[in-house]
Design a protein around this ligand. Structure first.
Ligand SMILES: NC(=O)c1ccc[n+]([C@@H]2O[C@H](COP(=O)([O-])OP(=O)(O)OC[C@H]3O[C@@H](n4cnc5c(N)ncnc54)[C@H](O)[C@@H]3O)[C@@H](O)[C@H]2O)c1
Length: 277
């Protein structure tokens, strides 16, 4: 049976865990060939093993999306491994919260670099490749619609106390999405964002004693949410619960399938019905 994404080459950042991993698995299930990235090579390899075991072609391009040479390396791996580039998902990210008067320059620029500058560099590096693939399609009389999906957050739409850095970056990526939808329409590329509400991952896991932390490029960064706050947040969600990573991946998948070929410049909110925070 033909699958929705048969043979499409999909690149996903931050695919070693959480939502990115679920997106990679979903796209592979639907026939895509995958180039997956994560800061942590080990978890990227683990996702790749799962995908390979499903019988889908997969390559790993590990490293931080904030490395200046990452974008070129990432795009080159897709071309070297699979000779194409059809779907690009900017997902890698983390939170590093504090109120603005306690926020360091490093905290500000670390989050902006990861969530906004890295996607900018990746998309800039993808442009010449996409332009030449699109020219070749036109000359061959093929109609191929390529897809960019940038992952954002309701924090970027409504703000969240303690997240001036993250909310700014996530609002910025929606602006970039809308600008690029206009620039790349003539290349037959749709550019959309997906803004998540509350999705169950290590970033949002209940942490009663404030001890949950992750390692990002040698820094220990506090994550997690106070359990009472988590309960209150879930009570505000019309579906009454946080989303699963598979449900988050489903929203991204919707924008990657041929039925969405005429949807561009959109910010799809995936929040269980929550319309504000
Ligand atoms: N979980 C939520 O409720 C939620 C809500 C809104 C938006 N988001 C966004 O969804 C995306 C995925 O987050 P998640 O909740 O799955 O988190 P996660 O921590 O479970 O997964 C994120 C992955 O990105 C990787 N990563 C982080 N920095 C990186 C870097 N510099 N280079 C390469 N990889 C890097 C991490 O190693 C990790 O494997 C992020 O952009 C996040 O901001 C999440």
């Amino acid at each position: 049976m033909t699958k929705k994404l048969d043979g499409r080459v999909a690149l996903i950042t931050g695919a070693g865990r959480g939502v990115g991993r679920a997106i990679a698995i979903k796209l592979a299930q639907e026939g895509a060939r995958l180039v997956i990235n994560d800061l942590d090579a080990e978890v990227a390899q683990e996702t790749a093993h799962v995908i390979a075991a499903m019988g889908a072609p997969v390559a790993v391009c590990a490293g931080s999306v904030t490395e200046p040479d990452f974008a070129d390396r990432f795009i080159a791996s897709a071309m070297d491994q699979f000779g194409g580039l059809d779907i690009l998902i900017n997902n890698a990210g983390y939170t590093w919260d504090s109120v603005i008067h306690k926020m360091s320059d490093e905290q500000w620029s670390g989050i902006l670099d990861c969530h906004l500058t890295a996607p900018f560099r990746i998309l800039r590096a993808a442009h010449p490749v996409i332009r030449s693939l699109s020219q070749a399609d036109r000359q061959a009389g093929r109609q191929v619609v390529r897809k960019v999906v940038n992952i954002s957050s309701m924090a970027g739409m409504f703000g969240l106390a303690g997240q001036a850095n993250y909310a700014s970056a996530k609002a910025g990526i929606v602006g970039m999405t809308k600008a690029l939808a206009k620039e790349w329409g003539r290349l037959q590329v749709t550019v959309n964002a997906v803004s998540f509400g509350l999705i169950h991952t290590r970033l949002t896991a209940a942490s009663a004693d404030d001890s949950a932390a992750i390692e990002i490029e040698g820094r220990t960064v506090k994550v997690g949410v106070n359990p009472d706050l988590l309960k209150a947040l879930e009570a505000m969600i019309p579906l009454g619960r946080a989303g699963l990573v598979e449900e988050a991946a489903g929203a991204v998948y919707l924008l990657c399938i041929p039925e969405a070929d005429y949807v561009s410049g959109h910010n799809l909110v995936c929040s269980g019905g929550l319309t504000g925070i």
